[in-house]
Design a protein around this ligand. Structure first.
Ligand SMILES: C[S@@+](CC[C@H](N)C(=O)[O-])C[C@H]1O[C@@H](n2cnc3c(N)ncnc32)[C@H](O)[C@@H]1O
Length: 525
């Protein structure tokens, strides 16, 4: 009788799995598990082995259903129950390997696939298992080296699948920040373009939003909140990491988490945090979620027309500066954080939370919405010159439609008068970048003002040095290169090397020169 019941439930569970009815399949597997467990105590040996087999399969099937529903904790727990009964259970090893791969635990995943490969059932699945093993190896290497190569994807014109990325953490640490709360700090010197982090989103929601209507954004936002809630509920690893993020208040009281907690091979205590309230999640998301940056996506030809909002945990420790030293590049659900200029060991990593080419009064307005005041070197410097008469004349001139060449001329003359040097000039030029771009990009304007203002290569380099790489600086820099002219007035090779350096400040060291060249040509076409 019991045998028949078990057989019936098994067939029903298999049918539901095939039909991808995960919730129903979980119900049937749960019934099957209870039945098997109630029978397993006092059985003659033949039936005992049969029931154990059915029990292992029921746990395995339920694990698969939980995994499909993205309930990672329950899926892993069922895998472990199945493996405790039969430690080489093929189906379970495959299921556990895939879950661990999704959690970026490449070596543990690889151990499961290797064990699976030894089983007789591997014969018909060898290609798939070897593919998984290959993927573990590739991503493990990336997670150790940070070496990313998007070249073939870039050269193919972004056709085909988005390159698969793993998670990577360069030598950085989380420490108390003088800016606010905790921040992320470089432990070693990093050259422009150096990849600092590669992080997969906890969740990301995207949609085509016609003209970015507020309503459309709201719909995407609520789907994003739902996705994050689900991940937090279903994965203790995510729950633990998310619970350390800043709610935006009393940041100096917040605990400083160990960076190693974010290395996915490390084991997190499963029971550390059992739940996080929705209201807390909402305030964490207000402070830490990021909109996928549109500009590099446009150049990369990806995500065009899409509005995307996501949560990437480790990048959430990066504070804002108006003269930042890192930038982010979105590739699929991953964000690559790379140095947008050279960074010294001990320096805090900073993003610009909004466009760096914004004059001080507008930056203050935007920061008002964020709820904090920026005290970065650039803001402090620009506050010092804000009351100068020439500065008000330039701002008023710009507002009233003064010719951009004239704005640039007046600013350059004022900077000479104020005896500015080094980065200070770059800060001012960045704040009035639109006037510089308008002047260098217009032949008529250059005929009129060209001899009275600095050559564009001087301006390009001072702005990149002050606020880091930006595709708009690159566009001005490479203008004229295609037609045989030289952007920098020197030999073409030198021009190209400088353009590559600017490109690395935007896209990071993520591709070979040939691919970067094709991106540069997009910028100048
Ligand atoms: C994404 S978090 C950055 C990491 C945060 N400091 C922490 O301890 O987790 C963003 C929050 O950090 C603070 N913050 C970031 N940049 C700042 C700045 N330049 N000045 C003051 N507060 C800043 C603000 O409270 C902001 O809401």
């Amino acid at each position: 009788m019991t045998e028949d019941q078990i057989q019936q439930l098994r067939s029903r569970a298999t049918e539901l799995l095939i039909r991808e009815e995960w919730n129903e399949s979980i119900q049937i597997c749960t019934q099957l598990i209870s039945l098997c467990e109630s029978q397993i105590e006092d059985l003659n040996s033949e039936l005992f082995f049969k029931i154990r087999k059915a029990l292992a399969l029921a746990y395995s099937n339920r694990a698969e259903s939980w995994a499909k529903l993205k309930n990672v904790d329950l899926a892993l727990s069922d895998c472990d129950s199945a493996l405790a009964i039969e430690n080489t259970h093929f189906k379970t090893l495959m299921c556990k390997g895939k879950i661990l791969l999704g959690l970026h635990k490449y070596r543990l995943a690889s151990d499961c696939f290797k064990l699976g490969l030894l089983e007789s059932q591997a014969n018909g699945n060898a290609e798939e298992i070897n593919g998984c093993l290959e993927k573990c190896k590739r991503l493990d290497l990336l997670s150790k080296s940070g070496v990313i190569d998007l070249s073939s994807w870039v050269l193919s014109g972004f056709k085909g699948r988005i390159p698969e990325l793993g998670e990577y953490i360069s030598p950085v640490e989380i420490s108390r920040s003088e800016i606010s709360g905790r921040g992320l700090f470089a432990v070693k010197n990093v050259e422009v373009g150096g990849v600092m982090l590669v992080t997969k989103a906890v969740a990301v929601a995207r949609g085509v939003v016609p003209e970015l209507s507020e309503n459309g954004q709201l719909v995407i936002w609520s789907s994003f909140v739902e996705k994050v809630m689900k991940c937090v509920e279903n994965c203790s690893q995510v729950r633990c990491l998310v619970s350390f993020l800043s709610p935006g208040e009393d940041e100096d009281e917040l605990e400083v988490p160990d960076i190693d907690m974010h290395r996915h091979e490390s084991e997190l205590s499963q029971s550390a945090i059992t739940s996080v309230e929705k209201s807390k999640i909402l305030s964490l998301l207000d402070v830490n979620s990021m909109v996928e940056s549109v500009a590099p996506a446009k150049v990369l030809g990806t995500n065009g027309g899409l509005y995307g909002v996501g949560l990437w945990v480790l990048p959430s420790y990066i504070n804002h500066s108006c003269c930042p030293n890192v930038r982010r590049l979105h590739v699929g659900d991953h964000v690559i954080v790379a140095a947008s200029r050279d960074i010294k060991a001990g320096e805090e990593l900073t993003f610009a939370y909004f466009d760096v080419f914004t004059p001080l009064p507008k930056r203050r307005m935007m920061l008002g919405a964020w709820g904090f005041e920026c005290r970065c070197r650039r803001c402090q410097f620009e506050e010092g010159i804000a009351s100068k008469m020439e500065m008000s004349e330039i701002e008023i001139g710009l507002e009233r439609g003064l010719e951009s060449g004239n704005v640039v001329f007046k600013l350059e003359e004022s900077m000479k008068k104020w005896n500015l040097r080094g980065k200070e000039k770059g800060f001012c030029r960045a704040s009035f970048w639109s006037a510089y771009a308008g002047t260098y990009g217009c032949e008529r304007m250059m005929r009129k003002w060209g001899r009275l203002i600095p050559p564009k290569e001087v301006v390009v380099e001072s702005v990149a040095d002050a606020v880091g790489g930006d595709e708009r600086i690159l566009a001005v820099a490479v203008e004229g290169m295609k037609s045989g002219g030289t952007a920098y007035g020197g030999a073409a090779m030198v021009d190209l090397e400088r353009a590559f350096k600017l490109g690395r400040g935007i896209f990071g060291k993520t591709m070979k020169k040939q691919a970067m060249k094709s991106l540069l040509s997009r910028a100048w076409s």
